[in-house]
Write a protein that binds this ligand. Structure first.
Ligand code: GDP
Length: 307
C-alpha cells in the first residue's frame, strides 16, 4: 500500500479555542488604545453566529486557532460613593465573573488608589494578566523589576506583561500570552467578525465619544446619553433622537455652547460618522436635559440600562 498516495485525514490539528476577555483599569491607563490595537481601529457592524453571551461584545479577533472575544465593561467610577458607582461596580463584577481572562491594565511603574479600587473588583481565582502599559514612557527601566515584584505581592497575577499599546510587536506578544487561557471550544463568531455592537448602542456611544472629545475633560463621567428614538425607514434612513443628561445647568451650557454652536458640531460629527458606519442617511436630533442628582437614583440608573 502506498501511504503517500493515500494520506490519512488530518486529525492532529490543534483544537479551536475561544474565550471572553475583559479589559479593566482606572481611567487613562490606555484601555481604549489597547482595545483598538487588539481588534483594529474601526468598528464594523456584523451579525453574530449565535446568541452566545449576555454581554456586549466590543471586538473579536481570530488568530491561528484562537478566537479572542472582548467584552465591554462600563467605565470605572472610583471617586464617589454614589449609586452610579455602586451600580457600575456591580455591573463590572457581573461581567468579570463570566469572562475567561481579565486584562488588568495599569501604567508601568505606577499603582495608585484608583488602580487598587479596580483591582479589588477582580474575582478571586479568575486568571488575570497584569498589563503594564506605556512602557515607552518609562525612563528608569531598572525600576521595573522591583515594581513588578511589588505587583506580584498585590495579586496572584497569572502573567506580567510590560507593553506599549502603541507598538504592534507588543500587542502581538500579548495575544500569544493570552491564548493559552482561552478554553478549548468552537469559535463563537465568524473568523472575520469585528464586533456585534448594536446600531442603537453604537449611536449612543458615538454621540458620547464626540461629546467628550469636543467638550474636553471638564465634563464629569456621570453625563449620559439616552436614545429616545431609533427608527429605520423603508428607504434606509435612520431617524434618531437622543438626550444628553447632565447633572448641572453649567454642564448644559458647556455642551450647547455659544449660539448652540458646540451642540451642532457634536451632532454633525456624530451624524457623519454614523452615516459612514451604517451606510445610510441619518437624521439626528440631540437634546440636553438637566437631571440633578440622577447619579444617586437607582431607579433612573435602571431605566438607562446600567443595571
Ligand atoms: P483609557 O481611559 O484607559 O481608555 O485610556 P486611553 O486609551 O484613552 O489612553 C489614555 C492616554 O494614554 C491617551 O492619551 C493615549 O494616547 C495614551 N496612551 C495609551 N497607550 C499608550 C502607550 O503605550 N504609551 C504612551 N506613551 N501613551 C499611551
Amino acid at each position: 500500500m502506498n501511504d503517500a498516495a493515500n494520506p490519512a485525514p488530518q486529525t492532529d490539528q490543534p483544537p479551536q479555542r475561544c474565550g471572553l476577555i475583559a479589559i479593566v483599569g482606572r481611567p487613562n491607563v490606555g484601555k481604549s488604545t489597547l482595545l483598538n490595537a487588539l481588534v483594529g481601529q474601526k468598528i464594523s457592524i456584523t451579525s453574530r453566529k449565535a446568541q452566545t453571551t449576555r454581554h456586549r461584545i466590543t471586538g473579536v479577533r481570530t488568530l491561528g486557532e484562537s478566537q479572542f472575544v472582548f467584552v465591554d465593561t462600563p467605565g470605572f467610577q472610583t471617586r464617589h460613593g454614589t449609586a452610579l458607582n455602586r451600580s457600575l461596580n456591580r455591573t463590572v463584577q457581573g461581567v468579570l465573573a463570566d469572562v475567561d481572562v481579565v486584562l488588568f491594565v495599569v501604567e508601568a511603574g505606577r499603582f495608585n488608589l484608583d488602580d487598587a479600587k479596580v483591582l479589588a473588583l477582580l474575582p478571586p481565582g479568575k486568571p488575570a494578566v497584569l498589563v503594564a502599559n506605556k512602557l515607552d514612557a518609562v525612563t528608569r527601566r531598572q525600576e521595573m523589576l522591583p515594581w513588578l515584584k511589588s505587583m506580584q505581592e498585590r495579586h496572584p497575577f497569572a502573567e506580567f506583561v510590560p507593553i506599549s499599546a502603541r507598538k504592534t510587536d507588543d500587542v502581538e506578544r500579548l495575544f500569544k500570552i493570552v491564548a493559552p487561557y482561552l478554553p478549548e471550544q468552537p469559535w463563537l463568531y465568524e473568523p472575520d467578525a469585528l464586533t456585534d455592537r448594536s446600531e442603537r448602542f453604537l449611536a449612543a456611544e458615538l454621540i458620547r465619544e464626540k461629546l467628550f472629545r469636543l467638550t474636553g475633560d471638564e465634563l464629569p463621567y456621570s453625563v449620559t446619553v439616552v436614545l429616545d428614538k431609533f427608527e429605520e425607514e423603508q428607504s434606509g434612513l435612520r431617524r434618531i433622537a437622543a438626550t444628553i443628561v447632565v447633572e448641572r445647568e453649567a454642564h448644559k451650557g458647556m455642551i450647547i455652547g455659544e449660539g448652540g454652536h458646540q451642540l451642532k458640531r457634536i451632532a454633525s460629527e456624530a451624524r457623519q460618522e454614523l452615516e459612514r458606519l451604517l451606510e445610510a442617511k441619518v437624521f439626528l436630533e440631540i437634546w440636553v436635559k438637566v437631571r440633578s442628582g440622577w447619579a444617586d437614583d437607582e431607579a433612573h440608573l435602571r431605566s438607562y440600562g446600567y443595571e
